[in-house]
Design a binder for this molecule. Sequence first.
Ligand code: GLY
Length: 362
Amino acid sequence: MKLNVKPSLVVSIPKRSYPIFVGVDIFENVDYSQFFIGNKALIVTDDHIAPILLDRVTKTLSKFADVDFLILKSGETSKNMETLSRIHSKLIENNFDRSSTLIALGGGVIGDITGFAAATYQRGINYIQLPTTLLAQVDSSVGGKTGVNHPLGKNMIGAFHQPLAVVIDISFLSTLSDRQYCSGVAEVIKYGLIKDKDFYSWLIENIKMLKCRDHSALITAVEASIQIKAAVVAADEREENIRAILNFGHTFGHAIESFQRYEGFLHGEAISVGMILAMSASGLLGQTSDADLDLLTNALQQFELPVNVPKDMTKEIFLDYMDRDKKVLDGNIRLILLKSIGHAYLESTETKPLLDKLFKTL
Ligand code: GLY
């Protein structure tokens, strides 16, 4: 075995920089000895991924540490304090200490909850992200946002805790249903919209290749996405300003997910509708055009992503959930809007009149 895979990029945060490896079938060829400080590791995964990848991952990591595992129920409804407590109990019962390492093997839910368990166990231990969904590969595994949901709002309880490394093996995406895969594509499209017009155009031109999960198109899409994410996180790790643009479409999307108790749309599906609403709001301010909105709508629909607000969701329900979003400041719902394609910004003015106008068009 050649442990010779080099990082595709590094997230540069003072004292906590870490590598991101991207490739097809690279998992076995990364030198994990550089990351383990103690000899114990716990893989946290779910009951969808475990039958497919747990043996493979355990076999490889066992060459570097004593490896145990914990299998959670898959899905957003597991991302709560009870499940977090199960991870902590497993760590305490099995004498994991501060030199131990957690391994998040799964999608966004597994990455967020495992990262939060690492952030909170004995005041913080190391963890490595092995994302298996497109959504986790391009977004949640990078940047150190960890946490769990509260019944009253998504990701309300959490911490910033950067991983030691992120290993993105594109071959892991074969574990995904078409629906989950397309949900991840919504986040990829988001990166083009917020920061890179040329990448957005490339995505529109390569919809067919991405739809058939062409490996070379996927490597381009994943690397371009995480390059944008890594640069934004390096500039503003704790979301004091610019990092907020990564939440384009998310204020609306989180409201939909919370309203549906995380059992309706997948995250990327909610973000798809959220991006339509955020671009519509940008259009009301004269910053993006009807043609921009049509192009986005068409692209999302080609990936079978929803573009309409759930029928039972009224303006009042939206505002109620949006009022509880973490981006509310001094009672003002702060929106991420587009000045133009490839240029997102945090709208700092009073947004209620704009939201009133937007919700009248629904
Ligand atoms: N998913 C948004 C962020 O990491 O900031």
